[in-house]
Each structure stands twice: as structure tokens, then as C-alpha cells.
Design a protein around this ligand. Structure first.
Ligand SMILES: C[S@@+](CC[C@H](N)C(=O)[O-])C[C@H]1O[C@@H](n2cnc3c(N)ncnc32)[C@H](O)[C@@H]1O
Length: 239
């Protein structure tokens, strides 16, 4: 009998492999990018195929300055829209690591990167609960709508803290659950693959971030998102 975590991960990989492999992303991705608050000037210069594959839940770079960042990581990068935007804000010679555990998404992320960029985008296959990156090697960790899919959230935040250098930042958009869900939803590995089952109450999310060793934790920007609430998360490793 497979563990709960491996059943959920199998469903998540199946769902995102299908979306990316068959290019069956839900319609309206470009509109969702603008509604989420991404700069319209940037969106105009971005291929519609990249905009159309967006599966995030908010504008990731609000008030984020990347001018002194050498290494950034986007956890659960999906089809690569945020990695492309992050690269466009980093100094020449910097690196953005686009990490996902679904190979087909990494193909999309590779296609989505700007071939003329002076910042390297490195697609990396890995699980955010066990990152294939060394301790203290990253300046900033991003994640858009992916922590909710982690089956072990404390492990995912612990790993984010481990790879960050002291003073490094965590910037994420994700979803929290502020109402009870029926037991059938919570006990179905399929529902966890669509975020609904995986999103946790805000206090549980904050606790996982705190226990991982982050400080200056802010969870704000609450916006209704289907049955859930989308939030912006920022935190710092060791002040
Ligand atoms: C909702 S999509 C968001 C994609 C992207 N961040 C965006 O905003 O378009 C979540 C992504 O997280 C990836 N993912 C889910 N669980 C993961 C894990 N444990 N480790 C790495 N990637 C994971 C999925 O493969 C998927 O591409």
C-alpha cells in the first residue's frame, strides 16, 4: 500500500504532466496574469504561449527588488512565467533556478525563458521537500501556488530555509483555507492535486514557516480565490 504522500504526489505529477505535455492549460491564462497584477508593459513583451500557461495565484514580484541578487530559485516553477520575469529583474550574470518535479513542466519552463537574457535560467528537476541544492547558496526563494501542494509543508519550508544564505528572503504567493472542507475532499488524494485539499489554515502555514527558522514573517494581501484565500508570504532567514 502506497503512503498518502506518494499517492498525492503521483496525482500531482499526473495532473501537471498532462497540462504541460498536452498543452491543456485552462483557458484565460493571459487574462489571469493581468488580473493578478503583473505589469501590463511586461506582459505585452511576453509571448502569449508563456502567459497562457500561468498557474499562479498572484503577482510574485510586488515590492521585490532583485538588483543585488545573484542566485534566485523558483520552487514549483511550472511553465516558467515567473522565472522569466525574475530573470528580467536580476543583474547580468545572475542565475535563476527553475525547479519543479514534473519533467513536462520543466520543458515548458525551458521554452519560456528569454533567449536574449543576460541572466541564466537553469531548469532543475527536484522535490521541494528534499531540494537538490547545497546549504546557504541562494539569495532568494520564490514559490507561486506550489507550497500548498507539498505533502509535508514543514519539510518544504525547512528546505527553503536550508538553501538560503543568512539574511536571504522567502517570497511566495499561496492559498490558505479559512473554512472546513468535507472529509471526502480532505481524504481524496485527487483533491490535494488541485490545491483544494492541500491548502491549510493560515495559522498552520505561519507555524510551518516559523518552525523552519524564518523571521519577519508577513502573510498579507488576502484575496478570495475560488473556495480558498490567496495570500502573499514574505519572510527572512536569520533577520
Ligand atoms: C499550481 S502550479 C504553479 C506553477 C507556477 N508556479 C505558476 O505560477 O504558474 C504548481 C507546480 O508545482 C509543482 N510541484 C508540486 N509539488 C511539487 C514538489 N513537491 N516539488 C516540486 N514541484 C512541485 C507542480 O509540478 C506544478 O508545476
Amino acid at each position: 500500500m502506497k503512503s498518502w504522500a506518494s499517492q498525492v504526489k503521483e496525482q500531482i505529477r499526473k495532473r501537471y504532466s498532462r497540462l504541460a505535455g498536452e498543452n491543456t492549460f485552462p483557458p484565460g491564462g493571459a487574462e489571469r496574469v493581468l488580473e493578478a497584477g503583473y505589469p501590463s508593459e511586461w506582459a505585452k513583451r511576453t509571448p502569449t504561449s508563456v502567459l497562457g500557461n500561468y498557474s499562479g495565484c498572484g503577482y510574485l514580484l510586488e515590492d521585490v527588488d532583485l538588483s543585488d541578487v545573484s542566485v534566485a530559485v523558483d520552487l514549483g516553477c511550472g511553465a516558467g512565467l515567473d522565472a522569466r520575469l525574475i530573470a528580467s529583474r536580476m543583474p547580468a550574470g545572475a542565475t535563476v533556478i527553475a525547479l519543479d518535479f514534473t519533467e513536462a513542466m520543466l520543458h515548458r519552463a525551458r521554452e519560456a525563458s528569454d533567449p536574449n537574457s543576460s541572466v541564466a535560467t537553469l531548469p532543475l528537476c527536484g522535490d521541494m521537500e528534499q531540494l537538490p541544492l547545497a546549504d546557504g547558496t541562494v539569495d532568494i526563494v520564490f514559490a507561486n501556488a506550489s507550497f500548498n501542494l507539498a505533502t509535508d509543508k514543514p519539510a518544504a519550508f525547512r528546505e527553503a530555509a536550508r538553501i538560503l544564505r543568512d539574511g536571504g528572503r522567502l517570497v511566495a504567493r499561496d492559498m490558505v483555507r479559512d473554512r472546513d472542507l468535507p472529509a471526502e475532499v480532505l481524504q481524496d488524494p485527487l483533491s490535494s492535486s488541485t490545491s483544494l485539499g492541500g491548502a491549510v489554515p493560515e495559522r498552520e502555514l505561519r507555524n510551518a514557516i516559523e518552525v523552519a527558522g524564518f523571521t519577519d514573517i508577513q502573510i498579507d494581501g488576502h484575496t478570495p480565490f475560488s473556495y480558498l484565500t490567496a495570500v502573499r508570504i514574505t519572510a527572512r532567514k536569520n533577520g
